[in-house]
Design a protein around this ligand. Structure first.
Ligand code: GLY
Length: 334
């Protein structure tokens, strides 16, 4: 029998298991080993200030701290496994199509550490494929990206694989995404997201592009092999239907920004569900007994994996909660 069971083999559960193993525990990760987690759809944007809103100071602090830990986390994982993660620090561009979109982008820049405003000409010098219609934007040097599918494959290798079945260990970490609700009674709901993958020759885009397009948001995440991830819809729904309207909305926004995307192959449409809490911040901490929880990461599971893993592994090993955990305690929903 191992010291610890981690229930959930997505990026959060695997990262916790890996950091616990590095702290000397023997760990079994319980998961069916498929691709039904939110990580499978995720584009892998590491955008610490891109996905929060007013009044979420503790979450913003957690996102920034996790962003600072990503370089070390990625380097350790590459060294441990010999696998590439697609971790890329080229930076992101915020790009607005209309004057109203530019006003909205500027409002959100107040949350950004260091947006560097750029004129349309400067943006098109950086990304010649951008539409001549764009009205402006900014370069965001601290927004990076990683490939979540490569990262999960590396983590599965680093923890020695996952096992199916029912845990028998007394100490348990529940990191089961939307499945956490059923296991713990915590209020974690599914938030549907559709993500597309386009394929073509590499080099259409080099930066992650956050688009503001006629009041809609779209992100474009280019991979070195020519894939461009286009996301994402967000709906309070539990079904997994790929609707024509959702595909249309994403492709219209994407091609308004970068017309030549219309020439690429639509290689994949994938729906997964973000595990989300009432305040859209994660639940991290201890439940009654030797049970810990790390779930509800909403739009930020990939970015928050390093900090979640460190905080939960330290909590399990030392029994002492880091002060950063206070704002994310499961008891806040009681
Ligand atoms: N983090 C991007 C998304 O949830 O769509």
């Amino acid at each position: 029998m191992t010291d610890l069971a981690v229930i959930g083999g997505g990026i959060i559960g695997l990262s916790i298991a890996w950091r616990c193993i590095q702290r000397g525990l023997s760990v079994a990760v319980y998961d069916r080993g498929g691709d039904d987690g939110a990580w499978y759809a995720a584009a892998g944007m590491l955008a610490p200030a891109g996905e929060t809103s007013f009044g979420q100071e503790s979450l913003t602090e957690l996102l920034l701290e996790s962003s600072r830990r990503w370089p070390g986390f990625a380097a350790d994982l590459v060294e441990a496994t010999g696998r590439e993660l697609g971790y890329d620090r080229t930076g992101a561009l915020d790009v607005a199509l209309t004057s109203d979109d530019l006003a909205e982008a500027r409002r959100l820049w107040t949350f950004r550490a260091d947006p560097v405003p750029r004129t349309p000409t400067q943006l098109r010098d950086l990304e010649p494929a951008l539409s001549p219609r764009i009205r402006g934007g900014a370069f965001i040097p601290d927004d990076h990206q990683v490939d979540p599918r490569r990262t999960v494959a590396a983590l599965r290798q680093a923890v020695g694989g996952v096992v199916a079945g029912t845990p028998t260990e007394t100490t348990t970490v529940i990191a089961a995404g939307i499945g956490t609700a059923q296991l713990t009674g915590l209020p974690i709901r599914p938030v549907k997201g559709l993500v597309l993958r386009l394929r073509g020759e590499p080099g259409v885009l080099r930066h992650v592009v956050n688009g503001y397009v006629d009041g809609r948001h779209v992100y474009l995440v280019p991979r070195a092999d020519g894939e461009i991830v286009v996301g994402a819809t967000q709906d309070e729904r539990a079904d997994a239907t790929v609707t024509a309207g959702d595909v249309l909305e994403l492709l219209r926004s994407a091609t308004d920004l970068v017309p030549e995307l219309a020439e690429m192959e639509l290689a994949e449409t994938v729906v997964r569900h973000r595990p989300s809490t009432p305040d859209n911040a994660p639940v991290l901490g201890r439940l009654p007994g030797d049970v810990y929880v790390a779930a509800g990461h909403h739009r930020n599971g990939i970015l928050l994996a390093p900090i979640t893993a460190d905080l939960i592994a330290d909590l399990v090993v030392t029994g002492r909660p880091d002060p950063l955990l206070a704002a994310f305690a499961p008891g806040r929903f009681a």
